[in-house]
Write a protein that binds this ligand. Structure first.
Ligand code: ARG
Length: 477
């Protein structure tokens, strides 16, 4: 075998691939990112090979030392990746073998097919773990913003028409809940991801007595009781990418939630709403119009959801027509997975920073929330309390809204006589209905935007997101 010749081509081929073929088929330009996982997987595999007697102790230590050295060089940016070696797996293995002859034994009982499945699962676990942390940070930024303006009311909207008053914090808490389900979805996807595919070989396992459980335990593929989890069908283990798709689906939903948040922020930052001020550092100007201050982070958050949704579609399409088992098509999985991960992680982080640098224009919010039409439903509820069936109450208040509109006055300026002209159930106490503070005191069902429930929810989330540091009451012995 000529030195540096692609490891897997030796023997069978008289020639290396044509230059344009190598360029077309390579994946090193993007899968180099898997180097940490590839090395970690190789170390575990080598330890297992030692355990079953394929490697001597000396061979194992030369492999471990070589891989460690290579890892250090990659980390420093000193490693020379070679396109003709196709991918991260062959680049690392070839360089290892050049340094330590025992490297030629490393691929015993292993194929790149189970190797790449392993690397991807490890990578997903590592990266998604960071994403989970970032989701919590974003929820935290929302809680902080809500707490900074805890008494602010805004109109809640349906059909983008003013509907009923809500606390500004209540609106944010809606996103905190959405993000919590995103958190759970990623967590659940990670649980199914956490099964070790190594030992499946190319597609049919190995004739050698590999210890799959040892490798799984070594790499943290264990259940809640510490028992190793390995894939139970070799063909499934090398060819399915459902773990990547599941993550990309969770990421797409997260991106959609962030996109909705972004749309709200874009609206609120605009002159028509003018509810918030995003700090200069988190906005951009216009090259032509000197007055402009644009919410570009929010717009890009909205825009980037498109690629995350697209990545999910690409992966589903990639997989749907593949015959068993591994096909080279699967190499196309990585960039989609990487892009979804990179995009949602960066977006989640920047949104948290932006919210920490956003303030609420409380007077503008108060003005919008003081629109008495927002309390038309409360007026109907008043009649319900007086015994009127809701359908009739709804009709009566509708008539009052029309009357106010005709008289060009706000709903709360109708006289008692005018109110009573629609139904005699109205009494003098009706005017209290338009007291906004009292109206918010009346909305305290679980999950409602009322003046007791919203602080309760903020406090509930504060406890979850910012648990008090555990202080030991007992002195350490
Ligand atoms: N670079 C390949 C991929 O990402 C690794 C597996 C290649 N296996 C093979 N039999 N050609 O899918």
């Amino acid at each position: 075998m000529k030195e540096r010749e692609p490891v897997s081509r030796s023997g069978r081929f008289e020639q290396g691939p044509a230059a344009d073929v190598a360029k077309f088929t390579e994946s090193i330009s993007f899968d180099w990112r898997l180097w940490r996982q590839d090395i970690r997987g190789s170390v575990a595999h080598a330890r297992m090979l030692r355990k079953i007697g394929v490697l001597t102790a000396a061979e194992l230590s030369s492999i471990e030392a070589g891989l460690k050295e290579i890892g250090g060089e990659i980390e420093k940016g000193d490693f020379q990746w070679k396109l003709e070696l196709e991918d991260v797996h062959m680049n690392i293995e070839a360089e290892l073998t050049r340094r330590a002859p025992a490297g030629a034994k490393l691929h015993t009982g292993r194929s790149r097919n189970d190797q790449v499945a392993l690397d991807l699962r490890l990578w997903l676990r590592d990266e998604a773990g960071c994403l989970l942390e970032e989701i919590r940070q974003l929820q935290g930024a929302m809680i902080r913003l809500g707490e900074r303006h805890s008494s602010v009311l805004i109109p809640g909207y349906t059909h983008l028409q003013r509907a009923q008053p809500v606390h500004f914090a209540h609106h944010l808490l809606a996103y905190v809940e959405m993000l919590d389900r995103d958190f759970a979805r990623v967590t659940q996807a990670l649980d199914r991801n956490n099964v070790c595919p190594l030992g499946n070989g190319a597609l049919a396992g190995s004739t050698l007595p590999l210890d799959r459980n040892f490798v799984a335990a070594e790499l943290g593929f264990v259940d809640s009781r510490g028992r190793p989890r390995v894939t139970q069908n070799s063909m499934d283990g090398v060819s399915d990418r459902d773990f990547a798709i599941e993550f990309c689906a969770a990421a797409a939903l997260l991106a959609v939630h962030l996109s909705r948040l972004a749309e709200d922020l874009v609206l609120w930052a605009g002159t028509e709403f003018d509810f918030i001020r995003i700090a200069d550092a988190y906005t951009t100007g216009s090259s032509l119009m000197p007055q402009k201050k644009n919410p570009d982070i929010a717009e890009l958050t909205r825009g980037k959801s498109g690629r995350v949704i697209g990545n999910l579609m690409a992966l589903l399409t990639l997989l749907k027509g593949l015959p068993m088992t591994y096909n080279r098509d699967l190499q196309e999985d990585k960039e989609r997975l990487f892009d979804s991960m990179d995009t949602v992680r960066a977006t989640t982080r920047i949104c948290a920073a932006m919210l920490d640098n956003t303030s609420v224009k409380e007077q503008n919010c108060a003005k919008a929330a003081s629109d008495p039409a927002l309390l038309a439903t409360d007026l109907a509820d008043y009649l319900v309390r007086k015994g009127q069936p809701f359908r009739q109450a709804h009709h009566a208040v509708g008539a009052l809204v029309a009357m106010a509109e005709k008289g060009s006055k706000p709903l709360n300026q109708l006289t008692l006589a005018e109110l009573q002209s629609v139904t005699p159930l109205f009494a003098a106490d009706v005017l209290q209905t338009f007291d906004l503070a009292k109206a918010m005191d009346r909305r305290n069902l679980t999950g409602a935007p009322g003046s007791r429930e919203v602080p309760r929810q903020l406090a509930r989330w504060r406890k979850i997101l910012f648990p008090a540091p555990k202080t030991s009451t007992r002195a350490k012995k």
